[in-house]
Ligand binder design. Structure first.
Ligand SMILES: [Zn+2]
Length: 483
């Protein structure tokens, strides 16, 4: 047997969803994905992490931990020690509000070098310790053991005043939009990341030159933008990505050979919930609900004045109690009055509590105890289980609308420092804060609901599969494929 491991290519298609994927395959729009499905195994309901935002999910995938351990709480969150909002790129208006320079530094330096916990290791770091190289294409989370330089394009240097080069820790093969690329001829029309064509072109470059390392993670982000605008059932985006995938398979003498030479994993990171059309009804204006409080306006709170900070991640929001006379109980009763709010959760003395705007009652839970879920996690639970659509039978916990609800929700409640609520909207609704992007009539994600939390995966070229169908369980599985 050869000692070189069979390369694993992990292709993350942001926002690929089971129903449109199956539809595209069934109607002949996606022959490459169809081939992988027929020759490999299809998992339509893989559980993502929470909040269902790409940076948090990529961190879970690469570290094998939820946000309580990897500490990437969401796309936007409030940094209590630095007293400022961290924004990795929610939308133009909000980036201007929270600061363009700090966005560039947070996204391209702090995220991997500072915020992602040093207590956890990424797949790239684990492989480097075994002297195995790896590649990252277009991923925003990529921490590795090789010092690389990130070069800011001229326009960003002018806009931010940064001198343009940061030393970062990345995998030995690292490509990200116009910051770093393998192929000098890869065109990156977007500044911050390559599009689907650029990503596949970089992958093609490695395959063609026989440079594929044991592990390559390539992220295709474009589909997410399309679905936000066009809604979940858009097939055209899948068709376009499939065409690029066909070009990759065509680099081998046959598609059969592509599977023989590589293990292919096609995975999505989050789903989308369709949004209602009526802005006044489907957009939850948090400032209206919390009108009794002084809400932070800019990137930093006004000392001795601001009582609340809001970090809106589409259908999920962190509501921070900053003090200055605001009481958590008062904030809670204001949130509870809105029937469009699904889950309101917080932690107190190690116990997690859940109430709802829509339903009555309270549910409390903590880690460890007599009840076990399907992932062998044990819990103590009390109160109204319906709030998280849980069924308890013979000491077993069964999840309904909120997959792996207890671990995912509690991970978010301890993902970062601060006195905060985790709040989600009912399907069809999203939250609004000054400048946050809206998706009226389109689709959005972020919440704990299965619409956004269950994603498809196709695995071909191996007979070894993960222990559980959850993204948090994929790191040991992927490492086992490379042994
Ligand atoms: Zn999105």
């Amino acid at each position: 047997m050869s000692t070189t491991p069979k390369p694993v290519i992990l292709l993350i298609i942001d926002t690929l969803m089971s129903t449109p994927l199956e539809e595209a395959v069934q109607t002949g729009h996606a022959p490459a994905l169809q081939y992988l499905m027929e020759r490999g195994r299809y998992f339509p309901h893989v559980v993502s992490s929470f909040p269902t935002m790409s940076v948090t999910i990529e961190s879970t995938l690469l570290t094998g931990e939820y946000a309580d351990k990897h500490h990437l709480p969401a796309l936007i969150w409030y940094h209590e020690d630095e007293k400022r909002m961290v924004n990795y790129g929610t939308g133009v208006k909000e980036i201007i509000k929270t600061g363009f320079s700090s966005f560039v530094k947070d996204m391209f330096f702090e995220l991997n070098s500072v915020h992602l916990s040093k207590q956890v290791k990424t797949i790239h770091e684990e492989l480097a310790e075994r002297n195995l190289p790896s590649a990252s294409i277009n991923a925003f989370v990529y921490r590795g053991n090789t010092i690389q330089q990130i070069h800011l394009p001229r326009i960003l240097r002018l806009m931010t005043g940064f001198n343009g080069t940061w030393d970062i820790q990345a995998p030995p093969l690292w490509s990200l939009g116009s910051f770093a690329k393998f192929n000098p001829f890869t065109r990156t029309p977007q500044i911050f990341s390559g599009n689907y064509k650029a990503g596949c072109k970089e992958l093609k470059y490695l395959i063609k030159r026989n440079k594929l390392p044991p592990f390559t993670m390539c992220v295709i982000q474009d589909l997410d933008l399309r679905i936000h605008l066009k809604g979940p059932m858009d097939l055209k985006g899948i068709q376009k990505i499939d065409r690029e995938l066909q070009k990759l398979f065509n680099l081998y003498s046959s598609w059969e050979k592509a599977l023989k030479e590589c293990t292919w994993i096609v995975l999505s990171d989050n789903g989308h919930a369709s949004m209602g059309n009526n802005k006044h009804h489907y957009v939850i204006n948090l400032r209206k609900i919390l009108k009794d409080f002084a809400v932070m306006n800019d990137n930093m709170p006004v000392p001795y004045k601001d009582q609340i900070a809001l970090a809106v991640n589409q259908r999920m929001v962190f509501v921070y109690c900053l003090g200055n006379g605001a009481e958590k109980n008062h904030i809670l009763s204001s949130l509870k009055k809105d029937k469009r709010i699904d889950i309101i959760a917080w932690q107190e003395k190690g116990l997690n509590h859940v109430v709802s705007g829509e339903k009555d009652g309270r549910f409390s839970f903590s880690e460890g105890g007599p009840f076990q879920d399907q992932y062998e996690q044990t819990w103590t639970v009390s109160g109204d289980e319906k709030l998280l659509d849980i069924k308890v039978k013979n000491n077993n916990i069964h999840y309904g609308d909120y997959p792996d609800a207890l671990a995912r929700l509690s991970s978010s409640l301890t993902s970062h420092k601060g006195n905060y609520f985790v709040v989600t909207a009912k399907p069809g609704y999203e939250f609004k804060e000054k400048g946050s992007p809206l998706h009226v009539g389109g689709a959005a994600h972020g919440s704990l609901h299965k619409q956004e939390s269950l994603v498809p995966m196709i695995v071909a070229g191996t007979e070894v599969y993960p222990k559980y169908e959850r993204i948090i369980d994929f790191k040991p599985w992927i490492l086992s494929l490379i042994q």
